[in-house]
Design a protein around this ligand. Structure first.
Ligand code: FE2
Ligand code: FE2
Length: 280
């Protein structure tokens, strides 16, 4: 917690959002011709925003698994506040720059939040594995969406958000590393269980599949990026290969975990054969 407080950068969304572009939607309703970003970029930014919108459920999940006291309570408070700014900033930017359909955005937000989000965890360890992977994935996805935008403001905004996600990632990864130091034989099977079933939290968003394929093809987030930028770095950072003194069961999970990147890479290759080369 102390490391996070030291590391975090405080920033203000209002200093980035180009408010001077704002016009009212009553006199000038939204029309797609007003958008300045490519359809793929808009899809990526809206998908990322709707994922951020579900924050109340993420907060509740953390509270449910980690309790409501001590350092982890303080973590959930500051983390929620930081995440909250992401949706505020993204929505402000998309609306003021007319890069989203405001009616569709609100309808999708309502549908997403009414459906909610449930994190299926057997163990509090699962939460730290999942959040490590998810924050890292979000960092990569926000950053790539900013690059794809080819727009100075969108790039700056997404870089700021990605920097926050990186700090969150460092926190969760650090806690999981400490757990591994305590008892790798207990933690290893949980890492395998979570990483082998990993899904982004946006699956309840309307048209998630169509949107996910679009951002995969645009190179914002796809299986190859997941392999290169999330899975392999986590396995390396947690020194999975070097863990010793394991029980026989934990050794089996160590092997399975080390074999996971190759399986994901094979799926990535199959996706690319179907849709062609991808990349930002
Ligand atoms: Fe976020
Ligand atoms: Fe985050």
């Amino acid at each position: 917690m102390d490391e996070h407080v030291e590391r975090r950068t405080h920033w203000y969304a209002h200093e980035i959002v180009p408010w001077e572009q704002g016009r009212n939607f009553r006199d000038e309703p939204w029309d797609e011709s007003q958008a300045t970003l490519s359809p793929e970029t808009r899809t990526a930014l809206v998908l990322n925003l709707l994922t951020e919108d579900n924050l109340p459920y993420y907060h509740a999940t953390i509270e449910k698994h980690l309790g409501d006291h001590g350092a982890l309570r303080r973590w959930n408070g500051i983390w929620t506040a930081e995440e909250g700014q992401h949706a505020i900033a993204l929505r402000s930017y998309l609306l003021v720059s007319r890069n989203c359909d405001p009616v569709e955005l609100e309808d999708d937000r309502l549908a997403t939040m009414a459906g909610g989000y449930e994190f299926d965890a057997d163990d509090p360890i699962d939460l730290f594995v999942y959040t490590s992977a998810q924050e890292l994935a979000t960092r990569v996805s926000h950053r790539n969406a900013g690059k794809l935008a080819d727009d100075e403001v969108a790039y700056e905004l997404m870089s700021r958000i990605a920097a926050d996600e990186n700090h969150h990632f460092l926190f969760y990864r650090g806690v999981l590393s400490a757990m591994l130091d305590e008892d790798p034989s207990i933690v290893l099977p949980r890492i395998y269980s979570v990483l082998s079933n990993f899904k982004m939290p946006g699956v309840g968003i309307p048209n998630f599949l169509r949107r996910a394929v679009s951002i995969a093809k645009a190179g914002v987030y796809n299986l190859r990026i997941h392999h290169d930028r999330v899975l392999r770095p986590l396995i390396r950072d947690w020194n999975i290969e070097g863990l010793t003194g394991l029980t026989t069961t934990a050794q089996e999970f160590q092997e399975k975990l080390l074999g996971l990147p190759a399986q994901v890479l094979a799926k990535a290759a199959a996706f690319e054969r179907r849709y062609g080369a991808v990349g930002v």
